[in-house]
Design a protein around this ligand. Structure first.
Ligand code: NAD
Ligand code: IPM
Ligand code: MN
Length: 351
């Protein structure tokens, strides 16, 4: 029986994970769930955002379903103990270097998108974001300049192995879709990005069937709003992918709609993965039953597809979410009035 680690976390994390759990339970797949504290919730009770017991469970599990972490109450805590370190630690410890963030406009959500309906309707892309390197994990700290000023620094760096393995995921993803890969960087300014571009071009030799293009990240941010339909697969670094995926979510209707899969290397045919919505703990709406659970429900579908070899059930969940939206089910972020659990009900009713 596959073991799923449930890590609900902070803010709306527990609210949205509960709905995904209800959907998984309804499918009766014989999954075993074990829950563990993570983020601010774990810091408060156990003194660490990623307790050893939680990391152990994540290591043993076949897959991890994660909610969100973070709360301004912990902004003053030393960085290594802040809630966000939990998700960064899990990604690094489990070597989950490939983050897939699909963004597509579900039928009927044209009115929820920040874009004009005819522009929004064309969005169907996946951002392949590198997740264990870049400025996130380089040397960082504070120091004093020779003038005696306080200075903060974070080193941006990628080595060629890191770039090649994420480039491969980008090419493979594009190959499984429409065969178009756009690599997003800032090679006109950053040496890290020039290496990125060089290695992506070298890797392209193994994928002659994929059409590779390059785009600077500032232009990519603009093009995502101007004409998102031009993109199929985007491969990019950790920081650029973080920013572009939140932006893409609003093109597709709401940040409450975008799921993600964070994957490592395939071991024995199956890929260990962490599945989570791209959004955070949303402290402004936490505890009010307002959060849209679709991103987490769709993350559970990605979990079934990528880690549990149940693409059939993933399709079923995605079809149920689509049918619920087509039927007019809307949480507040989509311009409706359904609560988190009512949105869950609407999906369950269409399973
Ligand atoms: P956020 O994604 O939590 O919220 C941004 C805005 O989107 C808020 O107005 C929020 O109400 C709304 N929103 C987010 N998810 C929603 C949903 N499912 N339904 C409806 N509305 C939704 O980003 P933030 O406010 O910048 O960050 C809040 C905290 O979350 C911070 O501590 C941050 O570090 C953390 N964070 C964690 C993760 C993660 O755990 N992977 C991701 C992003 C942010
Ligand atoms: C995300 C979040 C995280 C990131 C934070 C919470 C560390 O924004 O998952 O998109 O920057 O990767
Ligand atoms: Mn983010």
């Amino acid at each position: 029986m596959p073991l799923i680690a449930l890590l609900p976390g902070d803010g709306i994390g527990p609210e949205v994970v509960a709905e995904a759990r209800r959907v998984l339970d309804a499918l009766d797949l014989g999954l075993t769930f074990e829950e563990a504290p993570v983020g601010g919730a774990a810091y408060e009770t156990l003194g660490h955002p990623l307790p050893i017991s939680t990391l152990d469970l994540a290591e043993q599990a076949d897959a991890i379903l994660f909610g969100a972490v973070g709360d301004a109450r912990f902004d003053g805590v030393e960085r290594s103990l802040r809630p966000e370190q939990a998700v960064l630690g899990l990604r690094k410890e489990l070597n989950l270097f490939a983050n897939l963030r699909p963004a597509k406009l579900f039928p009927g959500l044209e009115d929820a998108s920040a874009l004009r309906p005819e522009v929004a309707g064309a969005i169907d892309l996946v951002i392949v974001r590198e997740l264990t390197g870049d400025v996130y994990f380089g040397e960082k700290g504070r120091r004093e300049t020779i003038e005696g000023l306080r200075e903060g620094y974070d080193l941006m760096a990628y080595d060629e192995i890191e770039v090649r393995r994420i480039a491969r995921v980008g090419f493979e993803t594009a190959r499984g879709r429409t065969g178009k890969l756009c690599s997003v960087d800032k090679a006109n300014v950053l040496e890290t990005s020039q290496l990125w571009r060089d290695v992506v071009i070298e890797t392209a030799a193994d994928y002659p069937d994929v059409a590779l293009t390059h785009m600077y990240v500032d232009n990519a941010a603009m093009q995502l709003v101007r004409n998102p339909g031009q993109f199929d697969t985007i491969v990019t670094g950790n920081l650029f992918g973080d920013i572009l995926s939140d932006q893409a979510s609003m093109c597709a209707g709401s940040i409450g709609m975008l799921p993600s899969a964070s994957l490592g290397e395939a071991i024995g045919g199956r890929v260990k993965g962490l599945y989570e919505p791209i959004h955070g703990s949303a402290p402004d709406i936490a505890g009010q039953g307002k959060a849209n659970p679709c991103a987490t429900i769709l993350s559970a579908a990605m979990m079934l597809r990528h880690s549990l070899d149940r693409a059939d059930m993933a399709d079923r969940i995605e079809a149920a979410v689509t049918a619920a939206l087509v039927g007019g089910a809307r949480t507040a972020d989509l311009g409706g009035a359904l609560s988190t659990s009512q949105m869950g009900d609407a999906v369950l009713a269409r399973l």
